[in-house]
Write a protein that binds this ligand. Structure first.
Ligand SMILES: Cc1cc2nc3c(=O)[nH]c(=O)nc-3n(C[C@H](O)[C@H](O)[C@H](O)COP(=O)(O)OP(=O)(O)OC[C@H]3O[C@@H](n4cnc5c(N)ncnc54)[C@H](O)[C@@H]3O)c2cc1C
Length: 326
């Protein structure tokens, strides 16, 4: 599990006032985080801030690091299950959303929704980012996860990313420096700073695309939209695929074969539409989701002999969590 841990004492009121005065960013205390995630579960952040540009992101991260305040970066929360006890320290939602089309390159700040990147580049007659329509997260989250869908992935179209490094400097890293493989990047391996929080943060990205007829790209976007509607439980809160596909197989197939579709713990249910999705029936808690995910993992281990790896990330304060249902 990643993310800041409990027990780092800091004065949220004084810190919030300081952030407002020095950086000009408003903060809120004990902010419930469920609504900032697609799974719609998770307790409060001690302190919560939304940043709207690179200056604010840079300044806030530097502020937290300098004062040893644990921090967490949130995109659109579409790959996360936040603990019911919430997240200690400062949670920063990245909403810097500047974009620019420059010839065949598309520049996007980390907070740009991938779906917007897909439609903006379609209008500019650039192909390559159509898969972004399927990803309800941000450019920063997509680089972090090497998100991909519909036979494409971020690593295939990304030219470079500008990264805030542990020492506070920023560097434009080329694709080859980003450690991409299946649903993985160097950001997943990067150590945390000593007080808690990712050592490397994606500030922006440049995608290298190809010219194509906008009408043709639009047809492809429509196909993707229809496919997702037919195959994924889009109307219900979820965090996408719970498990990574094991080599040469599909996690959804393995789970489906065990008859687990519809199996529920509390308000968390294995989707009837796609067995690798857990949906929240609106009454679910983070503990329900995690218990169900662990149950599915155990069943697949015992009955198929395969150890599934999580694709979703469990973050925040899970210290009081137990696997037994109450
Ligand atoms: C219905 C549904 C369908 C999905 N389909 C797909 C799919 O087809 N393919 C796929 O790959 N994924 C899919 N996902 C998962 C998810 O959308 C992606 O993993 C996405 O890239 C996450 O982006 P985010 O902005 O929501 O990140 P978050 O969930 O907010 O964060 C995920 C991680 O990224 C880190 N992070 C976010 N922004 C930054 C940044 N700027 N710098 C450093 N770290 C950062 C966070 O700290 C966190 O550790 C799906 C999810 C849902 C809900």
């Amino acid at each position: 599990m990643t993310g800041p841990t409990a027990g780092v004492p800091f004065d949220a009121i004084a810190t919030g006032t300081d952030i407002q005065r020095r950086i000009g960013v408003k903060t809120s205390r004990d902010e419930p985080l469920a609504r900032f995630t697609t799974m719609r579960v998770g307790g409060p952040a001690d302190l919560f801030a939304v940043i709207h540009n690179a200056f604010e992101l840079r300044a806030l991260v530097k502020f937290a690091r300098a004062r040893a305040i644990p921090y967490t970066i949130l995109g659109r929360g579409s790959n996360l299950v936040i603990a019911d006890a919430g997240i200690r320290g400062l949670v920063i939602q990245a909403r810097a959303e500047g974009t620019k089309v420059d010839g065949e390159r598309y520049h996007a700040e980390a907070g740009v929704p991938m779906a917007r990147a897909a439609t903006e580049t379609q209008k500019a007659g650039l192909t390559g980012l159509e898969y972004g329509l399927a990803i309800p997260g941000t450019v920063g989250g997509a680089v972090w996860a090497n998100a991909g869908a519909h036979d494409n992935e971020t690593a295939a179209v990304l030219e470079s990313a500008t990264v805030l490094l542990a020492d506070g400097t920023e560097r434009e890293l080329a694709r080859d420096e980003l450690g991409f493989r299946y649903r993985h990047s160097r950001f997943k391996d990067a150590p945390e700073v000593p007080s808690g929080g990712p050592a490397e943060i994606v500030m922006s990205a440049v995608f290298r695309l190809t010219r194509a007829d906008p009408a043709e790209i639009k047809r492809r976007l429509d196909e993707i939209r229809h496919w997702r509607q037919a195959h994924q439980p889009l109307g219900l809160p979820s965090a996408g695929s719970v498990f990574r596909n094991p080599d040469g197989d599909s996690a959804g197939r393995l789970i489906d074969e065990l008859g687990l579709k519809g199996f529920r713990i509390g308000g968390a249910v294995v989707s009837e539409k796609h067995a690798n999705f857990i949906v929240n029936d609106q009454r679910g808690t983070a503990a329900d989701v995690r218990r169900l995910a662990e149950h599915v993992r155990r069943e697949v281990r015992e009955r198929h002999g395969i150890e599934l790896q999580f694709e979703v990330e469990f973050i925040g304060d899970w210290s009081g969590w137990t696997e037994e249902t109450a």
